[in-house]
Design a binder for this molecule. Sequence first.
Ligand code: HEC
Ligand code: HEC
Ligand code: HEC
Length: 462
Amino acid sequence: MNVHKTETWIGIIATGLIGIGLLWIAWREPTRLAFAQQAQLQTTLDEAMDLYAQNCSVCHGISGEGIGATPPLNNESLRQSDYSSLFKIIGRGLFGTAMPAWSKEDGGPLSDYQIGELVTLIQYGNWQETHDRVVNLGLAPSVPFTTQPNPTVLEQLSTLPQGDLLIQGVNLYAQQCVACHGTDGKGTTLAPALNDPLVQKKSIDELTRIILNGVPGTIMAGWQNTLNKDEIDALVTLITQWDKVPEGAIPAPSQPVPVTAESLALGKDLYAQNCSRCHGPEGQGTRRAPSLNVKGYLEKTNDAAIQQIITLGIPGTAMPSWGDRLSDAEIQAIVGFIRSWEPNAPEVALPARGGGGPWWKTNSSSGEIQGGGPPWMQKSNSSSPNSQYLPSGGSVQDRATNEQTKPTISDETQKGGPSLSQSKSTASQTTNIDWRAIILIAAISCFALILITIGISGLART
Ligand code: HEC
Ligand code: HEC
Ligand code: HEC
């Protein structure tokens, strides 16, 4: 009798446990669904941030804050706008403004799917994360958009035949074009060089037409509503006669390279791999190359200048050009890392003897400096020395880079995005949680089944 009672109790407990298990599943389901939706949203936002970095940050700012006359996108009223009106604005552009049309239908580079992703970003995105993404991709626009031309150079120009027109061109360029087309027209990651024989070979009519109408499907907007005929003539004059304008006429906007924790870590790694051998592990210099980690040097050299030195190298010295080996994002990461030394930089550096070890062990079979550069440059055929010594090699190289990184690289995003994009871990996280739940439920069920079996076999015995 006693045995029978125990077994009844076991049966009740077992049924209860199964019930709890089922309830638990029911209770988890909405959470699991929410997780799945969250993961889906995160994937969309992830892709949208790449698209934003490549196509929009140049005008709307590094974290959607707006630049100059371009409005911000990171505000509450846009967040609340409805999907279809945002979709329309982005797809078709705003006629008569610098906001271009982005949909393939209207001659732009983006698919409807991608435009939908951008709408999602505006409605649900995290702008701090977007900021970090733009920086990690090396696509942070140079803000302020404008610079002051060098006054001495302007004075020199005034003595030339078409001096007034050139001066007007330089001034306009410094106000409207320098942020994309770069210091002295040398090009940036965003737009090709204009101080370039290939562009100068174009006819005056063609250049005028490009500036008036822009280049559809790229961030080169048409300027017909912003600039008048005389102003466009002045810019065309500048482009075709750039040889007469001395270097340094239009300095870079001297804006620090923005950094993120990720870019600093990358910069540190890249520095250790590529630079420490010559410049010392802490930038203190070696017998081969000067120190970089010195107060005086860092104070008087801005980030844009350091970036340019690293990209183009110093022709005629052992300092190689890195522009064809490292991406712009990587070079900016190194600049950010070098800049991070500044607060603690010594007044005077004490050069280390070699690179990462005693100098005679650090693969210096290259015969070092006199040999014209480090071993990889000598091995890798003749093109490297060329790019090192060709004074204008930089602009050609810049063009090549631009072809790949110009802001219409939406295709690349579809292939999975540039290498720096963060791993999409959220989805797999959800699966982890799922598995744990399943194992737990299975364990509870097994336990209950065992109890039931005991119960039944007990009943059978009585
Ligand atoms: C060449 C510069 C430029 C680029 C690149 C650009 N925009 Fe714009 N955008 C503008 C300007 C200028 C306006 C404001 C036009 C006006 O109403 O005067 C604008 C307006 C907008 C608006 C409406 C804002 C509001 O407050 O009504 C949205 C949304 C927008 N842009 C999204 C985007 C997205 C998304 C991208 C990237 C795919 C992008 N833009 C790229 C210049 C640009
Ligand atoms: C928002 C960035 C941006 C601004 C600002 C900008 N451009 Fe451009 N520009 C571009 C891009 C990108 C291209 C390349 C388009 C392409 O892929 O063909 C380009 C191309 C050009 C070209 C054709 C170059 C060639 O290789 O054929 C000319 C000329 C030009 N821009 C002039 C100007 C002038 C003048 C200004 C200032 C009034 C200006 N741009 C402002 C982004 C910009
Ligand atoms: C093969 C040795 C070598 C390597 C590797 C090297 N550099 Fe240099 N670097 C030099 C030399 C030599 C100079 C000085 C050139 C001169 O005489 O003006 C220099 C100069 C510089 C300058 C300018 C310093 C100044 O005082 O004006 C910077 C900035 C710089 N290097 C950064 C880097 C970075 C960043 C890397 C790694 C990506 C790197 N270098 C890798 C040899 C090297």
